[in-house]
Design a protein around this ligand. Structure first.
Ligand code: SF4
Length: 377
């Protein structure tokens, strides 16, 4: 399998916790011209992909693709359709944020062949949404979800954040239950991380915000996991849950060590055994492509063993665990021999388990997986 990721570097405004590369619209002069220039560069970057490149999945993220107006969104999807043979695409996801989505944009997405939308809800508590600097209210998030259903989307993922400062486990679970009542197909649940250089980090530095302690974060994580499992959901990746059969194919390919091309500023990719990342600057990205050059900031070929170790760790994010035979076939390495004594120790500590030809994290290890991975590298 192979995938295509496209990064859209615009957001209606910057959230207080965000360190992704995106430009708030208020800071983009002549937005229409900037978008047109970006699309020309993006089309050239897509055209430069290997001639036979035909991804099984396409994922347009950001940033906020729905920060574009309906006509711009249509132009973006048209340029993807000009390059990508859609007959081969099994899943085409676009990220959307409530407050930037309307019926016109939902219809544009649907008409173009997008068959999955990931909606950035984050919380159903208006006070928490304000503290996070989100644009929308809980009611607007629900309205965005309903718009997608009305447009015909039967595969909608919702993002939820837990470990929000001042939020109890019960309050967080109220969000989980609220979202279950919407009946989405997929939920991505991430703990709030306070990243350096963000407004939340400044608040933390002056004592106006206290990060939720690790033990409480773990309690919330396991509580939301139990709630979703009890509702019949599958927990298929450390932070991702799905109704049966609705796991994200694009991300499954990534987690199983598959190849994917990354286009747009700040996009990462992994193709033909090489890892690459584009420059994190829209103007630089456009200038390089306009000058006939590459937008890549770096490109490297990992040594086979380093690549195998990386694949092992990313694959362990999946609860199904690493298929040892498939791993050997894909990387040329025996996963057990590769991780040697560390693996034995982690199994003895009850953090990893072996069975039925697979190596997987135990339930106990799910929230402390970074500790496990640090031992394995
Ligand atoms: S909408 Fe997403 S990408 Fe944009 S600023 Fe907020 S968190 Fe960052």
């Amino acid at each position: 399998m192979s995938g295509l990721y496209i990064h859209i570097p615009f957001c209606a405004r910057k959230c207080a916790y965000c360190d992704f590369y995106s430009l708030p619209l208020a800071g983009v002069p002549s937005f229409g011209k900037t978008v047109a220039r970006f699309f020309q560069a993006l089309e050239k970057e897509l055209a430069a992909l290997p001639a036979g490149f035909a991804p099984d999945t396409v994922y347009i993220g950001g940033g906020t693709p729905t920060a574009l107006d309906a006509a711009q969104l249509g132009d973006l999807l048209d340029l993807v359709r000009r390059r990508v043979p859609l007959a081969a695409v099994r899943e085409w996801t676009v990220e959307a944020n409530p407050g930037t989505l309307d019926a016109g944009k939902a219809a544009v997405l649907r008409r173009a062949g997008v068959n999955r939308v990931s909606l950035g809800v984050q919380s159903l508590d208006d006070a928490a949404l304000r503290r996070l600097g989100r644009l929308h209210t809980a009611a607007e998030a629900r309205a965005g979800f309903d718009l997608l259903r009305a447009a015909g989307f039967d595969n909608v993922s919702v993002d939820l954040m837990y470990a929000l400062p001042g939020e109890t486990t019960e309050r967080m679970l109220a969000d989980v239950r609220g979202l279950l009542a919407w009946q989405p197909e997929h939920l991505s649940c991430y703990a709030l991380a306070i990243e350096p250089g963000t407004p939340l980090a400044e608040q933390q530095a002056r004592g106006a915000l206290v990060e939720v302690p690790d033990e409480e974060q773990a309690e919330q994580y396991h509580a939301l996991r139990r709630t979703l499992l009890a509702a019949g959901w599958e927990h298929y990746e450390i932070s991702n849950f799905a109704r049966p059969g609705r796991a994200c194919r694009h991300n499954l390919n990534y987690w199983r060590g598959g190849e994917y091309a990354g286009c747009g500023p700040a996009a990462h990719g992994h193709t033909a055994g090489r890892r690459h990342a584009n420059v994190e600057d829209l103007d630089d990205y456009c200038r390089r492509i306009e000058a006939g050059g590459s937008p890549r900031d770096f490109e490297e070929e990992l040594a086979p063993e380093a690549k195998a170790r990386e694949t092992l760790i990313v694959w362990l994010w999946l609860l199904e665990g690493v298929d040892l035979a498939a791993f050997r076939q894909q990387t040329g390495f025996d996963a057990l021999a590769l991780s040697g004594a560390a693996l034995e120790q982690l199994c003895a500590q009850g953090l990893l388990e072996l069975g039925a030809g697979r190596l997987r994290l135990t339930e106990r290890a799910l929230f402390v997986s970074n500790r496990v991975f640090a031992e394995l590298v």
